[in-house]
Design a protein around this ligand. Structure first.
Ligand code: FES
Length: 120
């Protein structure tokens, strides 16, 4: 059977969907106030006709819980932090469609920086 051609996505969006159990002191990306961010993003991508070229993926903890809700865009290793619906909409318009990262929503350099070289 011949498979239809399928181009690779333009972006993968890894959205942390981890929520801490009740009573856990550590913050997490999903709470009562932030639980619908993933669905909001998915609906916005569909409305703008870019679901497919943009692939949102639910992940567990990415180790930046203090700055949650977070999501990472690939390619580019862009980590967005303290997300809200309004920030997600702007990231879709300016970064995913416009091609320009929204610098003010990116994780501060001291919490990200260059990836470690583990090839030695
Ligand atoms: S819970 Fe989202 S980064 Fe840790």
């Amino acid at each position: 059977m011949q498979m239809p051609e399928m181009p690779q996505p333009t972006f993968y969006i890894f959205k942390c969907e981890q929520s801490s159990p009740p009573g856990m002191p550590k913050p997490s990306c999903v709470s009562e106030q932030t639980r619908d961010l993933f669905n909001h993003m998915a609906q916005s991508l569909m409305q703008k006709g870019i679901m497919g070229p943009v692939q949102p993926i639910r992940t567990s903890c990415m180790g930046r819980c203090q700055m949650g809700p977070v999501m990472m865009m690939e390619p580019g290793h862009h980590m967005y932090v303290h997300l809200t619906k309004e920030k997600i909409d702007r990231i879709i318009d300016e970064h995913m469609i416009g091609g320009n990262p929204v610098d003010e929503y990116l994780i501060p350099e001291q919490f990200w920086g260059e990836a470690q070289d583990i090839s030695k």
